[in-house]
Design a protein around this ligand. Structure first.
Ligand code: ZN
Length: 462
């Protein structure tokens, strides 16, 4: 048997985000190989063998790595466009650009998205990719390759759209796939990239885009495909009033009832946004264990509304946080979503305790692990779980005068990351990415964004 290889981190505050919210004002954590071996108060036990690294983490807060539950990497190339639009107008403005993406563009965009999240404390990323123009190359493969290179744990939500403009949908026809084509490609992606084992670095979910861009058949058959393969289901749900109206007009019911009628509620499902939910919708999510990816910045940017997160949590619905695509959240950072979740959910009179800073940290860690179906492996600092963790530096000008470290992290300015581990392997050291060159990525994303703009300016594809 291989000798244990231990990393000892000590002298830091620790928020474990376990079931009791156990915290240590000054504690230690021992990593053994890819897993957490011990966490507790005070210094690490003396006499540990095979310690390859000892980190004096004075002035830091140690938390589980952040888990992002909703994103669209390709949008990294179209940030800052259509800045004053609601969702449907924004989509109509951007689809003609997005329909021109190719493999090189998607690879660069994925690198940019992943790098930005990793340096901000994300250890598990996800990408909901749903635009596969004909002849655009291996887009899923490009995204998975970028994630592997960054060293993050990753869920690829293989999306799809088959309801083009001529079928009453929003996307232009040349940006959509056929029903059978989408299903076959999704099945092939699961076969090629999904790893069901404990500690998997890459998983795949089945993720048709939204009720207004996919057919009822594609929703139904996607659910059947995912369940036959034992993978999870993801989509956008109840994001805007326009979507609600669309569902009533087309299907004679609201989005949640429509999802239920197509087999889309269950503990293997999570949906982004869930802003426009009435009490019976929330009860249906709670009854079925359906999860939610809360994306406060994107919802505000597109004036979609405020998700009822306190009510979802009170009902027992699993809730994680999402950056969402960077065309509707240009920062692309998840740690700022901790703060925005607190602030947005407090808007309105007498809502000062609607969401606490510790609840926000839980949404960004354990809640995310829950909705991705990985709460046994990640999301809290507990012996036996994977060593996915972040050391936040809180002793500089930005945070040093705030006594409570969790408050400093959530309500203060974005804290620098001194160390981030994924499965015990460093992905960030002293604020810099370990495996990829941040400056080279900045350069290639700029080049690819300009190429996309140039191709789009030449006019629509035939
Ligand atoms: Zn989205």
């Amino acid at each position: 048997m291989e000798a244990p290889r231990r990393i000892v981190i000590e002298n830091c505050s620790i928020a474990t985000v376990d079931a009791e919210d156990t915290e240590y004002a000054s504690g230690h954590l021992v990593v053994n190989g890819s897993r957490i071996e011990a966490v507790g108060a005070g210094r690490a036990p003396k006499g540990l063998e095979n310690v390859v690294r000892r980190v004096d983490a004075s002035g830091h807060l140690l938390t589980p790595g952040l888990v992002n539950t909703h994103h669209h990497f390709y949008q990294w190339l179209t940030r800052g466009l259509a800045t004053d639009h609601h969702l449907f107008d924004w989509l109509v403005a951007l689809y003609p650009i997005w329909a021109r993406i190719d493999e090189e563009m998607v690879y660069a965009a994925a690198q940019g998205s992943l790098a930005m999240m990793a340096r901000g404390g994300v250890t598990t990323a996800m990408d909901h990719h749903y635009i596969y123009p004909k002849g655009s190359g291996d887009l899923s493969g490009a995204v998975v390759r970028a994630a592997r290179e960054t060293g993050l744990r990753f869920t690829l939500a293989r999306g799809s759209m088959d309801r083009g403009a001529s079928d009453g949908g929003l996307p232009p026809d040349f940006a959509v796939e056929t029903l059978q084509g989408a299903l076959a490609a999704t099945e092939a992606t699961i076969k090629e990239h999904h790893d069901a084992s404990f500690g998997a670095l890459t998983q795949v979910a089945v993720a048709p885009c939204s009720p207004f861009s996919v057919s009822t058949e594609l929703l139904r058959e996607s659910a059947e495909l995912a369940r036959s393969k034992g993978v999870r289901l993801h989509t956008h749900g109840s994001e805007t009033v326009e979507e609600e109206r669309f569902c009533h007009e087309l299907f004679g019911m609201g989005p949640t009832d429509y999802f239920e009628s197509t087999g889309w509620l269950g503990e293997d499902v999570w949906m982004a946004h869930c802003v426009h939910m009435n009490d019976s919708d929330i009860a249906a999510f709670a009854r079925t264990g359906t999860g939610v990816a809360h994306c406060p910045s994107s919802n505000a940017r597109l004036a979609a509304g405020i998700a009822r997160v306190p009510d979802l949590l009170a009902a027992g619905v699993p809730v994680g946080l999402g950056v969402d695509g960077t065309a509707s959240n240009e920062s692309g950072e998840l740690h700022t979503e901790l703060r925005n979740a607190v602030l947005i959910n407090r808007l309105g009179a007498h809502r000062e305790a609607a969401l606490t800073v510790r609840q926000a940290l839980r949404l960004g860690t354990y809640g995310g692990a829950q909705v991705l179906g990985r709460a046994r492996e990640i999301g809290s600092l507990e012996p036996g779980k994977l060593a996915d963790l972040v050391l936040w530096k809180l002793d500089t000008l930005a945070h040093a005068s705030i006594a409570d470290p969790v408050t400093a992290l959530v309500l203060g300015a974005a804290a620098p990351v001194t160390l981030a581990l994924v499965g015990g392997e460093p992905v960030v050291e002293n604020g810099r990415l370990v495996h990829v060159d941040e400056d080279a990525i900045a350069c290639s994303t700029r080049t690819e964004a300009r190429r996309l703009a140039r191709i789009t300016a030449q006019g629509p594809s035939s």
